[in-house]
Structure formats: C-alpha cells, structure tokens
Write a protein of this length. Structure first.
Length: 335
C-alpha cells in the first residue's frame, strides 16, 4: 500500500530535532504532486514547517516532523513498520496524507495538512505556525493514542536546578563546599513532595532527566546542575512555588519550558471511536489559532522514543479511515 510505502520513506529520512529540512522538502514535493498548494515557512533557519492547502481550509490535520535521537532506519514485517519516528509521528504523517487523498477524491475541499518542526524539544514550529494561520475552525492533531480520541493531555513543566559551591582539593574537604552534595540533597527533597492530582488527568509525575557536576573525582565541585521534567495536571505556578520552598537555598530554580495541561473535545456520531486520557503533551496548547482541537493517532506511546519503536499497519489503515470520518463529521456539523 502507498500508506506503508510513504511511512517507510519518511522514516528513512533522518529528522532528529533540528535537522528536519530534508523530510520537509520531501513532503512538500510529494504533496505538490497530489495537487496541493504547498507553503514552506522557516520556524528557524533551515527548519521549515510544511502547510499543504486544498482551498481555504476549515479543518486542518496536523502533526510533527521531528524525532528524538538516535536515528535508525525502517524495516517491516507482516504486522508492523519499525524505525525511528514510525509511530511518533511519521506514520501519523502518512495516515493524514492518505486521509487527505481520499477526502479530495471524494470531492471534499477546504482542508489542509500542517506538519511542524521542533515538537520534541521546544514547540518552535508550532509557535511559528500560530503567528500565521489560514482561518481554520478545527484542528485534528496527531500523536500516538492507539487510535483513541484523547479527551485530555497532561502538560509539561521543565525546570533547571543549579547549585554552586567552592572548589578545593578533595583531601581537604573542609576547605571547599560541594555543589553536587547540595544538588543531591535538593533532588532528594523532591521525592518527599505531595504532587497535585486531578480527577480526569490523574497524578502529577516527574523525571530527573539529566545531572551534571564536577570536573574530577579528586576535586570538590563548585557547580552542579540537573534538569527535571514534571507532567502537569494543574497550573504550573503553584507547583513551582512549592518546589522552590522545598529545596530552599540549596539550589536556584529556573523555568525552561511550560506547556499547560489541556482538556480536549469529543466528537459524536463516529461508531467505535473510544476515548482516552494521555500523560504526554502535544503542540495543541501552542496552536491556539488553528481552531477547536482534537487529538488522535495510530501507534502506542509506550514504544515511542525507544529502540523498539514501531507502528501497526492495521492501525495506520484505521487511522486514515478515522481521519476521513472526523473531517467529514466536522464539516457536516458546520453545515
């Protein structure tokens, strides 16, 4: 099937965040051959978003072009397509392209595809896209939801913790002040915190993602740093204030990124379309000018970002069918 072929073609173009240009140019050429009016707009130099238009769109299908590292190419068996980005989110790109092809063949006009850069790091593509929109009324965003319609997503709060000390020879620790020990104590205190919960979105969770400090084992370190990412179910400000109170003067706390938790829309009248809540965040909070948002895509988040990343061929086919039904349903509800 062309759907499977396109998925593999996209996976085989390396597009780790920051290096999306080649896959964007491939898609632009591919979509022009399908009769779309295609616009390339740099979110940053040599990092273009792709917008494909059929008329003046009231419904837009969207996802992202970038992947996490490391890159590895595609392969397939009877059931799955494997490779970096196969489910997050190049299989979704292919399913949305397939849906657009079917919709145009059915005489449906006034739709668009939006593929952005930078979702895996700092939403730079969505931020750029939100400054110039085509006036759409609905946005169907794609992330791996097992083809379930997400009714809520957690948000993100990424913090940097920095500790400072005084360098000294490790044989005379009393002459120094260990920044690493301060940082470790601060991170240990985080474990004792009661984190917010929400009836729909569940519990706030966190991950200590990176730790850096020191220059040698025989030198008391004068600097140490950690990055911590919280999955939000409530506003960020009260949580950060509680964190700062908990760690006291051990470290300074700097906010790097905030994406709020989101409650999403349901769509009635599509048989068998079940709902879910997802713990990851998306570009939806940044694409506020693109219309009423919905979230659905093939693939499981449980294998995204892993060495076993894959997407079910059956789910790819189902996703294209669901996207067609969603677009038609939204257009008919407007009428």
């Amino acid at each position: 099937m062309e759907l499977f072929k396109l998925t593999r073609q996209l996976v085989d173009i390396e597009s780790v965040t920051g290096n999306e240009k080649a896959v964007a140019l491939f898609l632009a050429d591919y979509l022009r051959k399908l009769g779309a009016e295609v616009e390339l707009a740099d979110a940053e130099p040599d990092r273009p978003n792709v917008l494909a238009l059929w008329g003046k769109p009231d419904v837009v299908l969207s996802t992202h072009l970038d992947t996490v590292p490391p890159y590895f190419p595609s392969r397939e068996d009877d059931e799955f397509i494997y490779g970096r980005g196969s489910c997050d989110a190049k299989g979704i790109v292919a399913a949305q392209v397939e849906a657009a092809v079917r919709l145009v063949a059915d005489g449906v006009r006034d739709l668009a595809l939006l593929f952005v850069v930078g979702e895996e790091r700092n939403t730079v593509g969505a931020l750029a896209a939100n400054r110039r929109t085509p006036g759409s009324r609905y946005l169907i965003n794609g992330e791996p939801t097992d083809n379930l319609l997400a009714v809520g997503t957690k948000g993100v709060l990424r913090l940097e913790f920095e500790a400072t000390g005084r360098m000294a020879h490790s044989a005379y620790p009393e002459l120094g002040e260990s920044a690493t020990e301060k940082l470790i104590e601060a991170l240990y205190r985080l474990r004792a915190m009661q984190l917010p919960e929400d009836a729909l979105l569940g519990k706030t969770t966190y991950n200590i993602g990176t730790i850096q400090g020191g220059i040698a084992p025989n030198v008391i370190p004068d600097a140490a740093r950690a990055e911590v990412l919280y999955r939000l179910v409530s506003p960020a400000d009260p949580l950060q204030q509680a964190i700062e109170q908990q760690v006291g003067s051990l470290v300074t706390v700097k906010r790097v990124l905030e994406i709020p938790a989101v409650r999403l829309n349901v769509i009635d009248g599509i048989d068998g379309l079940a709902t879910t809540v997802v713990a990851f965040c998306t570009d939806i909070p940044t694409l506020t000018n693109w219309g009423k948002p919905y979230l659905l895509g093939p693939g499981s988040i449980r294998v995204a970002h892993t060495e076993h990343e894959r997407v079910s061929k059956k789910e790819l086919v189902q996703a294209a069918e669901i996207y067609v039904k969603m677009v038609k349903k939204l257009k008919s509800s407007d009428e």
